[in-house]
Write a protein that binds this ligand. Structure first.
Ligand code: PLP
Length: 429
């Protein structure tokens, strides 16, 4: 499909078509280019590609045509300028952060994020000399207090896992703009269908494709999407020296001098090239299949989750339900302000009456599988305190709102009535 620019079509239509122009075989399904490397026409072309004078494939650790189509399609769906694909969401987050921060720098991060990302920022990046500074999304004056001249990124989730909370995003982007700091939003749970990061001044969106975009629990993947015009924030900004001074590892190249989306190009030339958390072409194809039905599925996940949340809210043995589409939820107003159709995705958390009750509910459920994943078409359940968030300290758990009684559900695409019956049986056992 030629000339499909993201300004002409809805995200749903783009999810089916964008980024793919038929090759000589004109296969309707995107081909899987199963090749580790690429033939150069001659050495002059090889030299030009290595020197970034000509863009094109060199080696599949950096780029691959199937992966490229996925990157272009996702960027179009989210209305971004450029997309880069990684082997997992974790790798996407790591690369996006270290593309901005190095030894001696710090990153401001939200108190309500996925436990794995919190561990990455607080512990792994610390070993690289990068400090993580937490801010409270329910009191954004705390963000202004933690940022300084060495703050290289502000990181948060649009819809957080597992607390399902929503920050006042425009307040965050206003604070970031005042100081010329790049904002990174993990848009995994919301997906580009429910939350449009670049409409609210966010600079970079990251995704675990493993979740709703894949949609069937059949493969890992990650993506980093940058907004149109991000170069203007980075070029000449003293905060981002690495982009504005010669890169010794690249023959003295100054990224800011390139007429390209420099944040993403450096993800490829520095991080994918030198570390190589690269997706396989088969997994790119699997994610392309998932993306085709993303809008259909996320609407149904949201519809089912609301019905489940309403049931749980009315149950006397459930002490709290965290799901922003419920009118009683403290984030309901922010959901209406920021999210397409006021839909809240398929993730919800609730509080059982005790740790023992939480264990018993998880172990009794039949349709909800005990699984450390989200966004599958099948319903999943986990006890974050003892699993996904078990590496957090008691203080971190308290700050992120996770208790021994918290149960997280990833509501799937089964009939809502069956899911409610399964929950009722487990809670009342
Ligand atoms: N971001 C969020 C919100 C997640 O829930 C996860 C995984 O659970 C990740 C990132 C990490 O993604 P992956 O498992 O694809 O590495």
């Amino acid at each position: 499909m030629a000339n499909l620019t993201h300004h002409n079509f809805t995200p749903n239509t783009l999810a089916l078509h964008a980024g793919y122009e038929y090759d000589s075989q004109r296969t309707l399904s995107v081909p899987i280019y199963q090749s580790s490397a690429y033939n150069f026409e001659n050495l002059a072309q090889a030299k030009a590609r290595f020197g970034l004078e000509e863009l094109g494939n060199i080696y599949s650790r950096l780029t691959n045509p199937t992966i490229d189509i996925l990157a272009k399609r996702l960027a179009a769906v989210e209305d971004g300028a450029f997309g880069t694909i990684t082997a997992s969401g974790g790798a996407a987050i790591f690369y996006a952060l270290v593309n901005l921060a190095q030894n001696g720098d710090n990153i401001a991060f939200s108190n309500k994020i996925y436990g794995g990302t919190q561990t990455l920022i607080v512990h792994t990046l610390k070993r690289f000399g990068i400090e993580g500074r937490v801010f409270d999304i329910d009191d954004l004056s705390s963000l202004e207090k933690v940022i300084d001249s060495k703050t290289k990124a502000i990181f948060f989730e649009s819809l957080s896992n597992p607390q399902i909370s929503i920050p006042d995003i425009e307040v965050i982007t206003r604070i970031a703009k005042k100081s010329g700091i790049v904002t990174i939003c993990d848009n995994t749970v919301a997906t580009p269908i429910l939350f449009r990061p670049f409409d609210f001044g966010i600079d970079i969106s990251v995704h675990s494709l493993t979740k709703y975009i894949n949609g069937h629990g059949s493969g890992l993947g990650g993506a980093i999407i940058e907004r149109e015009g991000l170069n203007d924030l980075i070029k000449g900004n003293p905060r981002y020296e690495a982009f504005n001074t010669p890169d010794e590892s690249y023959h003295g190249l100054v990224y800011a001098s390139l007429p390209l989306p420099i944040f993403s190009i450096r993800i490829i030339t520095e991080w994918l090239r030198n570390i190589g958390a690269t997706l396989s072409p088969q997994n790119a194809w699997i994610h392309l299949q998932g993306l085709e039905t993303l809008e259909l599925r996320i609407k149904q996940h949201s519809d089912n989750a609301l019905k489940v949340a309403q049931f749980l809210e009315s149950h006397p043995k459930v002490t709290q339900v965290d799901y922003p589409a419920l009118e009683s939820n403290p984030y309901h107003k922010l959901l209406k302000k920021y999210f397409v159709g006021g839909l809240s995705s398929g993730l919800l958390s609730f509080e059982a009456q005790s740790y023992e009750a939480a264990q018993q509910i998880c172990n009794t459920l039949e349709l909800f599988s005990i699984t450390a994943n989200i966004g599958d078409s099948k319903s999943l359940v986990i006890h974050p305190y003892s699993t996904t968030h078990s590496q957090l300290s008691e203080a971190e758990l308290k700050s992120s709102g996770i208790t021994p009684n918290t149960i997280r559900l990833s509501v799937g695409l089964e009939s809502a009535s069956d899911l409610i019956a399964d929950l009722k049986k487990a809670i009342e056992k």
